[in-house]
Design a protein around this ligand. Structure first.
Ligand code: NAD
Length: 296
């Protein structure tokens, strides 16, 4: 069934996601504050809207892909009153769990329905239509959004009620951030002990140290030819985004009273790395910071 979709936020992720909705036969009305972003989406078949309120006015579904929670809450503040009652709002941005729950509450108070549906897969996945969506909200809303999510991705998981998609996203990325640091520390320690990268890889990738950070996104060049380490740490998954996601995890842990000692340490290391060295590098480049921090 062809739907009318308002798409707000046509940046690195939003533009290719909106293009995939057009390709799947949906009518997409787009808006972005940056004219160049809107223009590139228009070239892919998105109809331009002068502002967010006019984009949502006749939409069946509103999809947003914005930088942070304050942008999503700001958007909802301006468009909830402009949409038709019962319109489904699907926010795909990665935002604070608390902000996501607030967005759901505000949507419901305005007579709208909503999902939080952050993604993993990056720009490459957005372009190829192979993203994974993690959704929070009602069963009926998830079922209704599913055809759109499947036009933009290869997998959509309903994780639970309001905010559950954001919770799944930051918990997964906390595992990833911590495990990348553990793998990087092991390689640097191995170097100092005279162990070759290949030897450590051959053992750990088939033993209990096996994990995605080692066997797919290996932080040292050589053992996994396709990993960003082999192309001077071009992303991949940018360190600045890992720093952002670990910051969201740290805030959620504090708000929930959970002691995520390793998650907090990883958040600090990634913040420092993204600020001083590698904001736009792949997050596996943290191995160089760890190497440089050694005392001998
Ligand atoms: P981006 O900065 O490229 O795009 C965001 C766009 O939103 C910009 O074009 C900006 O102008 C626009 N915008 C901001 N406020 C707006 C408003 N009120 N109305 C209309 N447009 C507005 O960011 P991105 O890389 O596309 O990321 C978007 C979201 O996806 C973020 O939450 C990010 O954490 C998440 N994410 C990104 C990646 C990635 O690899 N880039 C991967 C997974 C998740």
């Amino acid at each position: 069934m062809s739907l009318t979709v308002a798409f707000i936020g046509l940046g690195h992720m939003g533009a290719p996601m909106a293009a995939n909705l057009v390709r799947a036969g949906h009518r997409v009305r787009g808006h972005d504050l940056v004219p160049e972003a809107l223009e590139s989406a228009v070239r892919a078949g998105v109809e331009p809207a002068a502002d967010a309120a006019s984009a949502v006015a006749d939409a069946d579904v509103v999809v947003s892909m914005l930088p942070a929670g304050r942008h999503v809450l700001g958007l909802y503040g301006t468009v909830l009153a402009a949409a038709r009652p019962g319109t489904l709002f699907v926010d795909c941005s990665t935002i604070d769990v608390t902000d996501a729950r607030t967005a759901h509450e505000r949507a419901a108070a305005a007579g709208m329905r909503s999902l939080d549906a952050p993604v993993s897969g990056g720009v490459v996945g957005a372009e190829a239509g192979t993203l994974t969506f993690m959704a929070g909200g009602g069963e009926a809303e998830f079922a209704e959004a599913r055809p759109l999510l499947e036009a933009m991705g290869k997998k959509a998981v309903h994780c639970g009620g309001a905010g559950a998609g954001q919770a799944a996203k930051i918990c997964n990325n906390m595992i990833l951030g911590v495990s990348m640091i553990a793998v990087s520390e092991a390689f640097v320690l191995g170097e100092r002990l005279g162990l070759s990268h290949q030897a450590l890889y051959d053992v750990a990738s088939t033993a209990s140290g096996q994990c995605w950070a080692l066997s797919v996104n290996c932080p040292v060049p050589g053992p996994v030819p396709g990993s960003p380490a082999n192309r001077d740490y071009r992303p991949g998954f940018a360190a600045s985004l890992m720093a952002k996601d670990l910051g969201l995890a740290a805030r959620a842990a504090r708000d929930s009273g959970v002691d995520t000692g390793l998650g907090l340490a990883a958040a600090r290391l990634y913040e420092e790395y993204a600020e001083h060295v590698g904001a736009t590098e792949d997050f596996s480049g943290i191995v160089r910071t760890i190497r440089d921090r050694g005392t001998r």
